[in-house]
Design a protein around this ligand. Sequence first.
Ligand code: SER
Length: 317
Amino acid sequence: MSEKNKILVIGCNGQIGTVLTNTLSKKYGRDNVIGSDIAKPTEPTNFIFEACSVLDKDLLLSIIKKYNITDVYLLAAYLSAKGENNISKAWSLNMDGLLNILNFAKDKLIQKIFWPSSIAVFGPTTPKVNVEQNTIMEPTTIYGVSKLAGESLCNYYYKKFGVDVRSLRYPGLIGWQSMPGGGTTDYAVDIFHEAIKNRKYTCFLSPDRTLPMMYMADAIKATIGIMTAPIEKIKIRTSYNISAFHFSPEELATKIELYFPEFKINYSPDKRDLLASSWPNSIDDQGARNDWGWSPNYDFNKMVDDIMLNLKKKYNQ
Ligand code: SER
């Protein structure tokens, strides 16, 4: 990134935004990173904050001009579970927000975009194991439908207007610094907090519901990795499969029991279990590995160890 590059992270208060904005600020300097969200962050930040909705095109444009923004990370979205209760709002936030940013790049107001897709682009007709980059994609959530349409939109803007938009299909993301909101894979974060605080957890997915997952540190590594890769290495302009490991709630509970033998898990699967049942168990990410050198640093065990270390400190245990 040259001295002139300025970053805008839209959705800086969210699960990924909280960690990404902080990491980018450490890497590029406070004055080069602007975070925006609809509400002010509750804690002091190491970046410049601007309150703005991604749907407010005029305000966004004024922020882009004020700071001479070059790179936008667009993280604001309705996730899978929340989206099912707010179909129109989910479509509008997920699609109109993306279209606004793509149009800024088309008009050369910004240079580069990161926009995340998700394993939710896959559906019940997709193979379950080691899902390849190009496969059957018939999503059954509005979130997945919007992500699949968004992937096509990104590819279209790249092909038609040369917009440098880069994307990853995130698996379920698990971190200790921030809480997720409205997703189906959220259980895998909640369970750690409940285990440490109360030694018990009621899981809203079935015990054997295996899903692809990744530690937040690796999601951030992949995100910055794809954004800093030389342009000629980015060969896929829909969205790249990325993968780290996969596990079921039962397998995660067994790991947690190694720390807290008295830990008790109950299962009360709800509507989210049905959403999760439409997604694959595991993902093949050869494309990202071959094209721009992606590889994760954390396996399942290393992630659990790191989360436990940090959360025990946080809760003074
Ligand atoms: N973590 C997301 C969700 O559960 C999937 O990308 O909605």
